[in-house]
Design a protein around this ligand. Structure first.
Ligand code: SF4
Length: 105
């Protein structure tokens, strides 16, 4: 992201990040990520954060089946008909290996 924006890390942090302890989040503007543009989508796509690159694989899916249902229903790239318990088992195994790219259709 720092390279994408061609700014120093300190400047990016001050202008765009919300830092709480060791957690870095993007600032929110008008109810969404500061980098989201209604017509352009993500304006830092090539430099988007790791968590954004992992989407739709979010750890909250392991905590609540409703989160799994909501996210899989909104993502057309998800393998259709994936059963929740199987998803959790495979996702945990992939997370342990550091590989979460195997759910996309
Ligand atoms: S992909 Fe990430 S950085 Fe880009 S607009 Fe969405 S939340 Fe923001």
């Amino acid at each position: 992201m720092v390279a994408e924006l061609k700014m120093s890390r300190e400047e990016v942090a001050a202008r765009y990040w919300r830092i709480t302890g060791s957690v870095v989040q993007m600032q929110v503007r008008d109810g969404h990520c500061i980098f989201y543009h209604p017509e352009q989508g993500c304006t830092v796509h090539e430099g988007r954060p790791w968590r954004c690159r992992q989407w739709p694989l979010h750890p909250s899916m392991l905590a609540e089946e409703d989160n799994f249902k909501t996210i899989t229903a909104s993502c057309p790239g998800f393998v259709p008909g994936m059963e929740y318990k199987k998803f959790c088992r495979v996702f945990r195994a992939l997370m342990a290996q550091g590989d979460t790219g195997k759910f996309a259709a």
